[in-house]
Design a protein around this ligand. Structure first.
Ligand code: HEM
Length: 430
């Protein structure tokens, strides 16, 4: 009904404003969970994590959630079948003619519990086995080299926009069988979808998400049809031929792989470069020794993980860290906090590649939802860093670093660099 559209828009805008205001108010009152959920750059997330840790193994928030920065408690919850993933809040209802759109976060196996989770994950898993990844190693290096060739002769460029954001898109697009060419729309779609992980907070954001999902779905719908007619040796061709797989599951799985494939790895590369700009010895050594590059990537994942937290809830009443939890009580698992737990990592705030127990971090989560692309992300980051610093050994910061405004994902969105010694400036504090 045409007259209901403005009303619906007003109701949506009002409820989003109430949500935003109450979160900000609780954050201002000192609730660490509200501060960690708030996208404002006002809060130092590492400090809030330490406040949670100081409060005990399982804290409580006024928002009705429990929260932990303990490595042991995070690991226990992630591996315990008594806990399941929590569906994020669906985007708000907007007036308009569109039907239901597939959303790679809310509709994919990332947010499904058994048995549906395993049924869908198994279909995608064969591409991410160590053997499958080894077969792609050369092509990943080629993608890195091509992007570095395109930067040859440039004195300045943006490390994120011109390099870190481009390599993972190409790698995952090749794996999925997305034809080559301009992938710039992916970045737009991915940003809209990932920004909604923090909750949709304005009508404008909801609209941008809706447009992104509609365009993404139309693009992949065409690709699926194309691969049904002309199958190749890629993920989409195999999924499209899978009997009994619904259109929604097919699209959600493909969209998840694409978005998870590039929206996270770009931050890993960006975070790593930020650390390495201040560490010339590590830069030289990682170019000379692949194992050092692997150790550096692992330590960046621990100290500055791109995904900061995840959520779980018990299906039934459970005992956790000495507390009794009612069914469906949301538990916020601070993966970034677990990665600095002094019970596991000695001198947790120091960057020490190759440290003892260094691979026990939870940057890729744990349990049945352990990141399917962990091996690919590691391989891409190693290739990207070795290629980058091999080609530009004097890379320097050449402008202001802008960080992503997000509580969930951490990484720079802009990192201006210069390739010659002349342009050095002080690293900004992030
Ligand atoms: C540095 C890069 C990456 C980081 C930090 C990262 C992190 C994560 C985390 C924390 C989860 C689990 C979330 C939870 O437990 O609730 C996850 C799941 C997932 N990731 Fe990644 N990821 C990265 C790269 C990739 C890549 C390159 C792919 C490739 C396609 C990928 C595909 C997936 C998929 C499919 C899942 C869902 C697994 C499941 O639910 O069973 N990720 N990732």
């Amino acid at each position: 009904m045409p007259s209901s559209a403005p009303l619906l828009a007003l109701r949506t805008a009002t409820s989003l404003l109430v949500l935003r205001t109450s979160l900000r108010a609780r954050a201002a009152l000192g609730d660490p969970v509200a501060r960690l959920l708030d996208t404002s750059p006002r809060w130092d997330r590492n400090r809030e994590q330490e406040r949670v840790r100081a409060g005990g193994r399982l804290g409580r928030s006024d928002l009705g959630m429990r929260v932990t920065a303990s490595h042991a408690v995070c690991g226990q919850v992630l591996r315990d079948p008594a806990f399941g993933v929590l569906q994020p809040l669906p985007p708000p209802e907007l007036p308009g003619p569109r039907g239901r759109l597939v959303n790679p976060v809310t509709d994919s196996f990332l947010t499904l519990n058994p048995p549906d989770h395993g049924r869908l994950r198994r279909l995608a898993a064969p591409w991410f086995t160590p053997r499958g990844l080894r077969a792609r190693q050369e092509s990943v290096r080629r993608v890195v080299d091509e992007h570095l060739d395109a930067l040859a002769g440039r004195e300045r460029f943006d490390l994120v926009e011109d390099f870190a954001a481009r390599v993972p898109v190409r790698v995952i697009a090749d794996l999925l069988g997305v034809p080559g060419g301009d992938h710039s729309a992916f970045g737009r779609w991915g940003s809209a979808i990932i920004s909604a992980l923090d909750g949709v907070r304005s009508v404008r954001q909801a609209r941008a998400l809706e447009v992104a999902l509609a365009e993404f779905e139309a693009f992949l719908g065409e690709l699926v049809e194309h691969r049904r007619r002309e199958p190749g040796d890629d993920v989409v061709s195999v999924l499209a031929a899978e009997p009994g797989l619904s259109r929604e599951d097919l699209l959600a799985t493909t969209e998840l792989l694409l978005v998870a494939g590039f929206e996270t790895t770009v931050n890993l590369i960006g975070n790593a470069v930020l650390v390495l700009l201040e560490r010339p010895e590590d830069r030289e050594r990682l170019v000379a020794e692949e194992v050092w590059a692997e150790a550096v990537v692992e330590e960046v994942l621990r100290l500055d993980p791109p995904v900061r937290y995840t959520l779980r809830a018990p299906f039934e009443p459970v005992e956790l860290a000495g507390s009794r939890l009612r069914p469906m009580t949301p538990v916020m698992l601070l993966l970034a906090g677990a990665n600095r737990d002094p019970e596991v990592f000695a001198e947790p705030d120091r960057f020490l590649p190759g440290r003892e127990r260094g691979r026990e971090h939870l940057a890729f989560s744990s349990g049945i939802h352990y990141c399917l692309g962990a091996g690919l992300a590691r391989m891409e980051a190693v290739a990207a860093l070795r290629g980058l610093f091999g080609r530009f050994p004097d890379l320097r910061l050449a402008g202001r670093v802008r960080s992503r405004r997000s509580g969930t994902i951490r990484g720079p969105v802009s990192l201006p660099v210069s390739t010659s010694v002349g342009h050095t400036i002080e690293l900004n504090k992030r």
